[in-house]
Structure formats: structure tokens, C-alpha cells
Design a protein around this ligand. Sequence first.
Ligand SMILES: [Zn+2]
Ligand SMILES: [Zn+2]
Length: 330
Amino acid sequence: MKNNQNVKKYIILGLAVAVIPMVLGIIINQTISNQNTPAPSIFMITPELCEDEEGPNCTELRLGDDFLTTTFPAKGYLYSCVDRNPNAPGATENKITWINFNNKTWNLLEKLWLPPGTFNPETGTYSETISEDIRMIDTNNLPVDGKIGDWPMTKYPLLSEIDGNPGTPSEKTLSFSFPLHPQESPDPSCTPLGPIGVTKNGVAIFNAADGRGEDAAAREIVDIFGGHPAMNTYHYHFIPERIDNEFLDDGHSGIVGYINDGFPIHGYRGENGIEISNEDLDICHGHKHGDLGYHYHATIEYPYTIGCYRGTPISNALEAPQNEPPRNRR
Ligand SMILES: [Zn+2]
Ligand SMILES: [Zn+2]
């Protein structure tokens, strides 16, 4: 009798040992799949844009590598003045875990980003003045809101083995003189490397391609605030979601920056506050509606900012000779 009871006890104990972790495992798995987000990590982000049903699916974003053209602009493409250069520095393809190279998609929620840390450069400056037909914007190319990652990335082997970018952002005079009343050109033009515009956060916008002509946002490691340095020139290849924070009455995004042809770029939301996709936009990644004249939009899919210049661009703000004396910014 006593032996029998002991055997029963062991059987029950054995079952409990086997069943409890199984049940827990199912609960945990369900919790994870219900959330549909990766485990929290200081190297990951979960934009609000990814949490709704509107706009592109953040887990299967189209990889932009094959959508660069140097011949003519096309919807969903980047019209680049510079052809592909496979020898340029960039990320190490076989270390990238968030791109599905078979399907040619990438998962923004699995991508790794540089977290904030002790790096603390000077505060960004931004001044905008209008004189006659010119909108002048001057910045020191550092974020006005002070949000920047812990550069240089070489402090983080996990990241630097994927993307060996050794750069550290530093202050850099950016001076733009945009036409105040830009005109649409019959022939849209290509976008160069370097600044194609500037955000209201004081940081330069670069087009969607990295030095190799591949999808920079998908491949290169940027900080969780959306930027990274080329040498020491900090820049965004897409519009950081947090600076899309002003809205028109119907919920349409406000202006988040200006492009080199003088046309504004608005944030991620179109009419009635609905998130924009490439579908909604023309070959240059812009449109006009209601009282708004021509304007570009940010999207969370390639080419992210603009596809081509709809107007006539000014020359590159960094390469341009410094006609004007540097201003005292402090
Ligand atoms: Zn870049
Ligand atoms: Zn719009």
C-alpha cells in the first residue's frame, strides 16, 4: 500500500514537472505572438507607425536595392545622379539578420539600431529667415532636440561587426538658400549623394541610397533616433517619426523639412491623417491636394523621402563655396 501511494505521488510529481513548463511555454508563446513584436532590446525600436494597419507593413518592407535608377524617374524608385558603386564602404551583408534576401524584404522590428549613451555633442541649431524670394535655413547639422545615439559605434562590437562605420558626428555648417516659391519643372531631376534637404530638427537629409547605391535604411546601422554619420556628417535617410509631430486640422502631417528645390516635405500622414504609401504619391514621392501646393511626403517604405527633385534644386549645401561669412550661432 505505502509503495503504491509513493508510486502515485511520483507519477503525479512527474506529470507536474512535465506539464507545467509545457503550459507555461504555451502561455509565453501566445503572449509573444499576440504582441507581434520582438523581445525588448536596447538595440530595437517599435515605431507607432508600425502598430496600426495603415501604410506599409513594417515586418515586410520592400528592400530598395533594385529600385535605384540613373536613367529616368519612376514611382517607388530613387532617381539617383550616381550609379551603383559596389566598392564603397557599407554593411556586411552576411551579418545582417533582418533582411530576407530571398524575398527582398526587410523587417524594421528586427533591425538593430545604436542606442543612446554617453556621447553628448553640442546642441543643434536651426534658423530660418525669409528675405524676398529666398528661404534661408542655417544649421550646425546636429539635432535641435539633442537626440542622438552613442557614437562612435565602434564601442558596440555587436553592431560594428555588421557595419564598420567609424564616424562620430560633429558640428558642421549647413547653409541652404531655397526658392520661396518653387516651381514644378517639366523634367524632374536626379538626386546626388550628400544633403538633398534639411529637417526642422537641423539635420541634413540624404537620399535613400548608401554609398553603394543600396537601400541605406534597410542595410546601414543608424541610431535609434534615425541618423548616422558619413565621416562626421550626421544625416537622416528617412524622417525620424518623432519630428512628424505637427498636424493640419484634418490630421495631415505638417512640414518636417525642406528639399533642395525649395518644396517642403511633410511627415507620414496624408489627408484625414491616414498614413501615406508610395501608391499615394507621384514619381518624385510628392503630390498636391486641397490648398496645399506641391509637397513631398515621408513614407516608411523606400525611397523614404523623395524619389527625384520635382523643382529645380540648388547646389549641394556642403559643397557650395561659402559665399557668406559664417554666422555666430551662440
Ligand atoms: Zn548614410
Ligand atoms: Zn499630402
